[in-house]
Design a protein around this ligand. Structure first.
Ligand SMILES: [Fe+2]
Ligand SMILES: [Fe+2]
Length: 478
């Protein structure tokens, strides 16, 4: 396995020094990336020392090294998982042919678009999260935020490497454009809806890393199957980093739930719907946590695109984007015949309809995603259960609050019952955070920067990062 060259200006395990043209192109892009990072990265903490992990190998058994780093000095690099000898295209019409080491000419535009869309999400989330450091509930959480941020920056590097190496002039232009769009900007927004939303508070951040980074995982899993080998190798290593982002989300929400339940127990409150009483304890009531989950889950479902999609069919047929864990599925991997049940709106009713499997790939990936989401939700409920509080967090119906696909034109409640516009207007606040819910959460967002201390609304983690003790100073603020 090629080691990572940290002597170079751009750390890499792709022998960058042997490709002068590419090296120059990336060295030309690097200061622009740093300008973007200083403008749009974590505000107010650029000069602080943060206890971050940096990848030093691509061996999944031990790839990270922890140390204090100032974020602009983080060693963003180009890291690909090792090449697998004799790897083949594993699905689609080219199934069985050797995996491509160069871009197949006929698929150039399609492949470039896949890389650009993935690439665009990476800096977007850094932009969305840039003010959160100022209200971090602990140094531990602050450090985790910054870790996620620098790694999203590295994921941008991963996609820009592919663009610069394999797509010539238009790849170079796309690499520049990735630094020019801005999350939420009305004139130059990011490409996908959920990446233009605000992440105004820490519960949003945990929900985002739980739900939206998990969409990232699903997309990376599908691209890791690609017959275009450099894309596959890039995504395989990105997935190693991505796991931490979802850990931050899952444990973040768990700790919020935990603290709420503890405070309720201490105060002798057994009814989770006594919202005002619970809020007086300085914790977030369970119904509001549910509403936040409803919001982030529904926004993230939109990222999977239309249930029935020719683009998805074409990308699969071409061997560019597979299904979730394609290599572990047992079928013909071509899907020219066969069907898949798609939840559709038929005659005013939500029902399954068998659709050609090739057209239903977005639906299928979304179904896999929902299964993956439910696992963590179960762990949140386990905490609530242990306290004997009669409340269960549930994912809303996939027809709820949608802006892309089959259910755009209707209004549904969290159970998938259709509502008239008037009913929706009246009941919206039951399902989604209201202005006053948001104000309440915001009122709790007071920074806690003393080591070992945590804001009132969140429990400490079970273990520290890199097994550090509770009082460890994850970010040197002073
Ligand atoms: Fe990412
Ligand atoms: Fe991520």
């Amino acid at each position: 396995m090629a080691g990572i060259d940290y002597v170079e200006r751009i750390p890499n395990n792709v022998n960058l020094a042997e490709n002068r043209r590419l090296q120059r192109a990336l060295e030309d892009w690097q200061p622009k990336f740093l300008d973007w990072w200083r403008d749009m990265g974590p505000e107010g903490f650029q000069e602080k020392l943060v206890y971050l992990r940096t990848a030093y190998s691509v061996d999944p058994r031990g790839w990270a090294k922890f140390d204090y780093v100032r974020m602009p000095e983080y060693r963003w690099g180009v890291l690909l998982a090792p090449q697998m000898e004799g790897r083949k295209v594993n699905f689609g019409t080219h199934k069985g042919e050797p995996a491509w080491q160069e871009v197949p000419g006929e698929y150039r535009a399609m492949l470039r678009r896949l890389v650009v869309i993935q690439g665009d999400t990476e800096p977007a989330s850094v932009e969305q999260q840039r003010y959160l450091g100022k209200t971090a509930p602990s140094l531990y959480d602050m450090r985790n935020l910054f870790q996620v941020n620098v790694e999203e920056g590295r994921h941008l590097w991963a996609m820009v490497y592919l663009l610069q190496k394999y797509f010539g002039t238009d790849g170079r232009e796309e690499a520049e454009a990735l630094l020019q769009r801005r999350s939420g900007d009305p004139d130059t927004p990011r490409m996908l809806g959920a990446f233009n939303e605000k992440t105004p508070d820490w519960l949003s951040f945990f929900m985002f890393t739980y739900f939206t980074d998990r969409d990232g995982k699903m997309q990376l899993e599908a691209l890791a199957q690609s017959g275009f080998d450099p894309l596959s190798r890039t995504c395989r290593f990105m997935l190693t980093e991505e796991a931490h982002h979802m850990f931050v989300g899952e444990t973040g929400v768990t700790r919020v739930v935990q603290r709420t339940c503890e405070a309720m127990k201490e105060a002798g409150i057994t009814d989770p719907n006594e919202i005002e009483k619970v809020r007086k304890l300085g914790v977030i009531d369970l119904p509001t946590i549910q509403k936040k989950a409803n919001l982030h889950f529904s926004l993230t479902l939109d990222l999977f695109g239309n249930e029935i999609s020719t683009n998805a069919a074409n990308a699969f047929h071409a061997g560019l984007k597979g299904r979730y864990r394609e290599d572990r599925l047992k079928d013909d991997h071509q899907l020219e015949s066969g069907t898949y049940p798609v939840l559709r709106l038929i005659g005013g009713k939500i029902q399954n309809e068998d659709s050609p499997a090739l057209s239903a790939l977005n639906m299928r990936l979304r179904d896999d995603y929902v299964v993956d989401c439910n696992a963590g939700v179960g762990r949140w409920n386990k905490v609530i259960n242990e306290f004997g509080i009669p409340f269960e967090i549930k994912l809303p119906h996939v027809a709820f609050h949608r802006h892309i696909g089959e259910f755009t034109s209707i209004k549904a409640d969290v159970n998938g019952n259709l509502l008239s516009d008037a009913e929706w207007g009246k009941r919206r606040g039951e399902f989604l955070p209201s202005e006053s819910d948001r104000d309440f959460i915001e009122s709790l967002m007071k920074p806690e920067t003393e080591p070992a201390k945590f804001a009132s609304w969140i429990a400490p983690p079970k273990v520290g990062i890199d097994n550090k003790p509770g009082e460890f100073e994850y970010v040197k603020i002073a």
